[in-house]
Write a new protein. Structure first.
Length: 274
């Protein structure tokens, strides 16, 4: 990916797991360390060492920080009210604020910070290994150039999908933001079913885990093949897989259950974003 869309100045507020993964991704893409300032009074030893190694400014006095092209909010959502007064002086008239604060709307951000352009993003935990996917919505004040910068920064942790309506971020949260937990629970459920079928617990878990890992890699390596087709490729008429799918795809099967689960997550996301 070209580095042309990367900002020439950036402030990262919050350097926890997601913020740290993003910073490492940006530096690996070629963003100069001297262009970055990290604000996190609780930065760990690993983050401190990363900043020193790349010449990233860590926790300088706020008064010395010039308004950047992009300010990324990666703190815990519940910290926004407390942290906003200290963040506000770093937000300039032309600063794009990229927020990954779950449950905080663009309105929540603009009510607390002097920001005009805001992009609200929902990444997921596979971002830690560069295989995440992030849904993003931006307000009308965000220029095409700013959208390109946000896109470039978020691609550092995986794929990016833009939605036109911020309200759809609740659905993004329900599908991909919470989605890794669904997959991990599927591993648990498959392993438990394997035990019920007579397998030792460690063998059942290994089989379930490796099956999910391998199937995900197959999806990744064959992007032109639909999940439905990959499923059909495994299913012989009248065979064992077909017998299992009669249960999973039957009434009250996985499709209906997943629909209910995603609806519940979307509903809760809406409640949290107020």
């Amino acid at each position: 990916m070209s580095t042309a869309s990367l900002p020439t100045s950036l402030v990262l507020v919050g350097a926890g797991k997601m913020g740290g993964a993003m910073l490492q991704g940006w530096l690996s893409l070629g963003l100069a360390g001297r262009a970055v300032t990290v604000m996190d009074p609780f930065a760990g030893d690993e983050m401190t060492a990363l900043c020193v190694r790349h010449g990233v400014a860590l926790n300088p006095p706020v008064a010395t920080v010039a308004a950047p092209q992009v300010l990324v909010l990666a703190i815990k959502p519940q910290m926004l009210d407390e942290a906003a007064p200290g963040i506000a002086p770093m937000v300039g008239a032309d600063t794009l604020v990229v927020s990954i604060l779950a449950g905080k709307t663009i309105g929540n951000i603009t009510a607390r910070l002097p920001a005009k352009a805001v992009a609200r993003a929902m990444p997921n935990t596979p971002a830690a290994v560069g295989r995440g996917i992030t849904g993003v919505a931006a307000n009308a004040a965000t220029t095409p150039a700013q959208r390109a910068m946000a896109d470039a920064l978020l691609q550092a942790i995986g794929q990016v999908v833009w939605v036109d309506d911020e309200a759809l971020i609740d659905a993004v949260t329900a599908v991909s933001g919470s989605g890794p937990a669904y997959v991990f629970h599927l591993v648990e459920a498959m392993a438990a079913a394997g035990e019920q079928a007579g397998l030792p617990a460690d063998v059942a878990l290994k089989l379930a885990r490796a099956t999910i890992e391998g199937s995900g890699e197959l999806l990744f390596r064959e992007p032109g093949t639909s999940a439905a087709q990959l499923r059909k490729n495994v299913t012989s008429p009248g065979g064992t897989t077909a017998a299992a799918l009669e249960v999973l795809m039957g009434p009250e099967g996985l499709t209906e259950l997943m629909g209910r689960a995603v609806a519940a997550a979307k509903r809760r996301a809406g409640e949290l974003s107020g």
